[in-house]
Design a protein around this ligand. Structure first.
Ligand SMILES: [Zn+2]
Length: 340
């Protein structure tokens, strides 16, 4: 670290493992869906509605961040909305220089929003992926909303297993951490692993390092969404290094949700120095108004990460991707000249 060099981050082949479909909707699409589905905001211009969708800098809490979702989620009504959002999210990945992407969403959440069944929700997403323009390999991760409990978790992991050969390759636990601890999900996550699904878990973000330990040791997560608060516990850091558990770091999102007080104080360089595997991700690019290219530029400018550091992040992401052997081999080859 410390070296500053001129790297074209957009053309750098990047791997995105942590992007929520619901957080990746284009603001212009949100406005369009409000108009066509609900007859609302007909005379409103996009800049007027943007502060309700995107982070403006005046937010003071995680609740302010989540209020953005609560505002715009009702614009989604139909399966074709879900397909459109998926296709556009993939197109945005392609134009961002992403060469492999994993997108995640909650079928339980889509069902509540649209009335679609669990499998109709997944079909709508897969339909959107088929309709996307120039293709990159994309896999999907199904999210168990943490407050929902074990029954929804079983529904979600079984659903994921049903679509394992059709592009669903992993499961995740996300959302509000206050009602239920991760310990509630030991059995469905063990079943998911035994049935060939990858397991990643949001932990060490709102909750402390113990949540990371539970996710890894009890739920068998091989990747952690965020995990930035691991830095608070040396033994958790050692566990991540020993096991090679990948932290899916989302720098701007961590600042927006106040998991890190500022980008300068973000633990990314300390995690790298300690040997913890990390990769860079966007989390919710539509709300945070960011791109993955921009996140690479941000950490390069803030921390002076070298070209080797950045290349290693993508190689580690590829190694830990929930991809089949052939997909992973092709991806490693694509990253090859940077990995060497
Ligand atoms: Zn996330």
């Amino acid at each position: 670290m410390g070296e500053r060099i001129d790297i074209d981050m957009r053309s750098l082949p990047k791997v995105e493992l942590h992007r929520h479909l619901e957080g990746a909707i284009r603001p212009a699409t949100i406005l369009d869906l409000f108009r066509t589905n609900r007859g609302e905001y007909l005379g409103t211009q996009l800049p007027e509605i943007l502060p309700r969708i995107q982070i403006t800098g005046s937010e003071r809490s995680l609740a302010d961040f989540l209020a953005k979702f609560e505002f715009f989620m009702p614009c989604i009504r139909t399966a074709s909305d879900i397909s459109r959002i998926t296709a556009e999210a993939i197109e945005d990945c392609v134009s961002d220089g992403i060469v492999y992407a994993e997108l995640r969403f909650s079928p339980a959440f889509i069902r509540r929003l649209t009335g679609l069944s669990y499998s109709e929700a997944v079909e709508a997403v897969l339909e959107g992926a088929r309709g996307a323009g120039p293709a990159i390999p994309v896999n999907f991760t199904l999210i168990v909303p943490q407050p929902e409990g074990e029954r929804v978790a079983w529904d979600t992991v079984r659903l994921a297993a049903d679509y394992l050969s059709n592009g669903v390759t992993g499961v995740d636990i996300a959302d509000d951490t206050r009602a239920l601890g991760l310990e509630e999900y030991v059995r469905p996550m063990a079943w998911a692993r035994a049935n060939g699904l990858g397991v990643t878990v949001h932990a060490g973000e709102a909750e402390g390092p113990l949540s990371v330990r539970v996710a890894v040791e009890q739920l068998g997560a091989t990747r952690i969404g965020h995990g930035v608060r691991s830095i608070e516990d040396d033994r958790v850091i050692e566990m991540l290094v020993d096991r090679g558990t990948l932290l899916e770091i989302c720098p701007t999102s961590n600042v927006h949700t106040q998991a890190a007080p500022s980008i300068r104080e973000h633990p990314l360089p300390r995690l790298i120095e300690r040997g913890v595997p990390v990769c860079l991700n966007t989390d919710d690019p539509g709300i945070s108004d960011i791109t993955l290219t921009g996140e690479y530029e941000l950490v390069h400018e803030t921390f002076g990460l070298s070209r080797a550091d950045l290349a290693l992040m993508n190689v580690r992401a590829a190694r830990c991707a929930f991809a089949g052997d052939e997909q992973r081999a092709a991806l490693m080859e694509r990253l090859g000249d940077l990995a060497s």
